[in-house]
Write a protein that binds this ligand. Structure first.
Ligand code: GLU
Length: 427
């Protein structure tokens, strides 16, 4: 590999998560005998922007300066696409890793995008609404020349939501001099957001559960589901699971975990969380040690919170028959190996949580055409795309005698490789 690295042999974006993403890519590239030139090209992001910027605190005197990032992994397939996360520990390496994952994710479900990711290193729960607005507007200004409807289209991720996307869209539009809804997805429907975008990741993920159940000869009705994380992904995944007849026996969030062997009433818990912010102290369930949720006796485990939660420390104890990755990167490479050994069927993030970016794609198409679809159309197209991708990945896994993550990555990398070979190298 000729790509120059820094004096410690690490790229500028070196970080544990980035090495994990590259190691995963290298492993799959080896299995599929990927062309060396293309392999090297895709190990590093195409463009990465690091900014620092100030925002004023509410009491007016204090000005905090924070880091912001936007990384675009690959422009071969079209504009780049991916969320923006606000988190106290986000860094360039994490954002670069997640941008690479977005490239594979978009390719696996067949969207005309390369991968991107953005982040601001700030603890979002410690910001007031006004501070979040000022921070978002200034961050948008710092990256304004880097994004655009035909360049790079942000979306929500951890710590950001519809309102943040609305401020981003408003700031961008104000500066270019006209309203530009297609610059961002995951906006409120009143300004060009798509109906069913908020629910899309959780619903898309759960639309795969019947296929997973049938592959493992498990029933859907009455199957026990444990969901880690009760944010945008976890809530709608849990709700969809309950609506299809599963028992959601456990859920958790930063405040703690809940358990009810007869199933938690998810809609009721969602109402509780609107009022109380967190799940802890919800009356119709017992308290559970959050770490135990991951090793519960259940059929389906849905990690839908942060990265790295299934690792060498707990993978052997996982009793679920299947893991559906709602979060990005919840399973480390070491845990992946344990699951392969122990026959835990894993539907990887790049497939399982692709429903979010799929409906983001629908939102972008609707914005560009100024023609909006009904919820029924969106849900039907989402299901179709998710289930087609699932069966193609499963076929690849069976044919290549490999696991679902490897098969999904083979499919995504192959698609991007074909495009790269067709376009050639400039000049
Ligand atoms: N942040 C989400 C993801 O990781 C959604 C990205 C998007 O909708 O562009 O897939």
């Amino acid at each position: 590999m000729a790509l120059e690295t820094d004096s410690e042999g690490q790229g500028e974006w070196g970080s544990p998560l980035f090495y994990e993403a590259v190691a995963q890519f290298d492993r799959v590239a080896g299995i599929m005998n990927l062309d060396d030139n293309i392999h090297e090209r895709m190990r590093a992001p195409q463009r990465a922007l690091v900014v620092t910027f100030p925002f004023r605190r509410d009491e007016y005197e204090t000005v905090d300066t924070v880091f912001g990032y936007r990384v675009q992994h690959l422009h071969t397939m079209g504009p780049t696409k991916g969320g923006i996360r606000y988190a106290a520990d986000v860094n360039l390496g994490e954002v670069a890793a997640l941008a690479m994952l977005m490239t594979w994710k978009c390719a696996i479900v067949g969207l005309p995008f390369g991968g991107a990711k953005g982040g601001v290193r700030v603890e979002p729960t410690e910001l007031s609404r006004a501070e979040t607005q000022r921070l978002t507007r200034r961050y948008t200004m710092e990256i304004i020349n880097f994004i655009g409807p035909d360049k790079d289209i942000p979306a929500p991720d951890m710590g950001t939501d519809e309102q943040v996307m609305a401020w981003l869209m408003d700031t961008y539009s104000t500066h270019v001099g006209h309203t530009e809804p297609a610059v961002v997805t995951g906006k409120p429907p009143s300004i060009g957001g798509s109906v069913a975008r908020r629910e899309a990741t959780g619903r898309g993920l759960m639309s795969l559960l019947p296929s997973v159940a049938s592959h493992l000869s498990l029933p859907v009705e009455g199957s026990r589901v444990a969901v880690q994380g009760f944010g945008n992904v976890g809530q709608y995944a849990a709700l969809a699971a309950q609506q299809m007849g599963c028992k959601v026996v456990a859920v958790s969030d930063v405040s703690g975990a809940l358990y009810n062997e007869d199933g938690i009433d998810v809609a009721d818990l969602m109402r509780y969380v609107v009022e109380n912010k967190v799940v802890t102290d919800y009356r119709d369930a017992d308290k559970l040690d959050p770490a135990e949720l991951l090793t519960l006796d259940c059929e389906f485990l849905v990690p839908a919170a942060v990265g790295g939660v299934l690792n060498a420390g707990n993978a052997e104890q996982v009793k679920a028959r299947a893991v559906l990755e709602g979060a990005n990167g919840p399973t480390t490479g070491a845990a992946d190996e344990v699951f392969r050994e122990n026959g835990v069927f894993l539907v990887p993030d790049v497939l399982a949580n692709a429903g979010g970016v799929t409906v983001s794609y629908f939102e972008w198409v609707q914005d560009l055409q100024n023609y909006f679809w009904s919820e029924a159309e969106i849900v039907a197209r989402l299901r179709e795309i998710m289930n087609r991708a699932f069966s193609e990945v499963l076929d690849t896994a069976i044919r290549e005698k490999t696991d679902m993550r490897t098969a999904a990555l083979i499919k995504g990398i192959r698609r991007v490789t074909e495009a790269k070979l067709a376009r050639g190298v400039y000049p």
